[in-house]
Design a protein around this ligand. Structure first.
Ligand SMILES: Cc1ncc(COP(=O)(O)O)c(C=O)c1O
Length: 425
């Protein structure tokens, strides 16, 4: 198997290679947003130069802008395996889109109906539903996770589901523990009582194949800026469900999907960036993935197949890096990782690793790392349910290191050495 060409990957990212004479930071802040390849930056620039008009005008630049809009929807169809562009709603970010659609979803329900949210989710997949429940007089139930295994016991979901359950909101991968959840199993259970399922794939999207047909959910949200694209959000909704919703929109806006959910003038240059981001994955599939990564992906159009091969290739590269980081952290005295650490279970987590170090406030540790050019997050990272559930809020949450496929073995070694030094001193 040829080695993953990490040098080729890194040269795609100007934030890594163009450093104005300084050393490039070690970007381990990826769960909060990733760096962007040249391909994406160029597409955004190109859009602002040559395609900068509003949509639907009878002139050349508007036609070019309309093409940008359509291309971005087509690209996201391939990324999540949607049935059509009518199912792709592009907007500002995942949080805004979730609040937006929650108003329409809530109108389907009656007082006393029930919804389920989890103790593992980012607040963007909790608060919109709590507020919807308040507005429509719904009952909210929480699905908890095991504090030892950092996984859900899905039998507990059976105990929460009733014939009044209308919606289950579930995370694909946690931005705190890193756990990848069994979405298919949760969907199957939710469907047994006829509930809708809303999946937050924001943390999963940079690391794995998303297939909404296979997952069987009704909604799935992700954010291109977490997977090497521009600061935007994308919501996929199953067409037959979207058609049942009453969109909150201005009267002159089209009543057709997806336009009726895409309020106002969108970020066209960001949309050009989204298409280029998906094409970046396809480029990875073409250039970096190996034949065995391609073997299992013969369904869908050529771009979808390349995206899937790319994701498999990235997983193959990221798993040993994750293991290296976890091994190194667990060997430093006083460090506790709040997530799956079994080296043989790395496929159950994304490379988002949260930890605490006895006697060191997370903010102080992150600040010292930052001063050494190593960029990591600290605090609750909006994962307030899991941080509270794990009893970590008062002590300042966690230090969170998140890997992406442009990180290297040397960067992990460097990071571990600095953490060790801080702890020793
Ligand atoms: C798991 C998860 N869900 C949702 C969000 C919110 O995404 P956005 O910033 O696009 O609203 C984040 C952001 O960090 C996240 O990690």
């Amino acid at each position: 198997m040829p080695a993953f060409d990490i040098d080729l990957i890194r040269t795609q990212f100007p934030a890594i290679t163009r450093t104005n004479g300084q050393t490039s930071p070690v970007y381990l802040d990826n769960p909060g947003g990733t760096q962007v390849p040249d391909m994406v930056i160029n597409a955004i620039t190109d859009c602002l130069i040559y395609k900068n008009a509003n949509l639907g005008g009878p002139f050349r630049t508007s036609e070019a802008a309309t093409e940008v809009f359509e291309d971005a929807h087509r690209a996201m169809v391939d990324f999540v395996n949607a049935s059509s562009t009518r199912e792709i709603i592009i907007g500002q970010n995942m949080t805004t889109l979730t609040f937006h659609v929650s108003r329409s979803i809530g109108r389907l329900f009656s007082p006393g109906d029930e919804i389920i949210v989890t103790r593992m989710d980012h607040d963007a997949n909790v608060s919109p539903w709590l507020l919807m429940a308040r507005d429509y007089d719904l009952t909210v139930k929480f699905l908890s996770f095991d504090k030892e295994t950092y996984e859900f016991d899905l039998d507990a979901l059976d105990d929460l589901l009733t014939e009044r359950t209308k919606l289950v909101c579930f995370g694909h991968a946690s931005n705190l523990t890193g756990t990848i959840n069994d979405v298919r199993a949760a969907v199957a259970k939710a469907k047994s009582v006829g509930a809708l399922v809303f999946v937050d794939s924001v943390q999963y999207a940079p690391h794995g194949i998303i297939d909404v047909q296979d997952l069987g959910c009704d909604f799935l949200a992700c954010s291109p800026y977490k997977f090497f694209g521009p600061h935007m959000g994308v919501l996929w909704g199953r067409e037959e469900i979207l058609l049942q919703l009453d969109p909150y929109k201005v009267r002159p806006a089209a009543n057709t999907l997806p336009d009726c959910f895409e309020t106002g003038t969108l970020n066209h240059e960001g949309m050009a960036g989204i298409t280029a981001t998906i094409d970046y994955f396809a480029w990875l599939g073409e250039t970096v993935a190996d034949s065995h990564h391609h073997q299992r992906h013969t369904k869908g159009n050529p771009r979808r197949q390349k995206i899937c091969a790319a994701m498999e290739c990235l997983t193959d590269y990221e798993i040993p890096l994750t293991r290296q980081l976890i091994d190194g952290l667990t060997s430093i005295k006083g460090i506790k990782i709040h997530g799956i650490t079994n080296p043989n279970a790395m496929e159950k987590r994304v490379p988002t690793i949260s930890f605490t170090a006895a006697g060191h406030a997370p903010r102080d540790l992150a600040t010292t790392l930052g001063a050494s050019g190593i960029q990591v997050w600290n605090g609750h990272n909006y994962a307030i349910e899991p941080v509270n559930h794990l009893g970590l809020m008062e002590a300042g949450g966690v230090v969170r290191i998140g890997l992406a496929h442009y990180n290297t073995v040397e960067e992990i070694d460097q990071t571990l050495a600095v953490i060790d030094q801080i702890i020793q001193s």
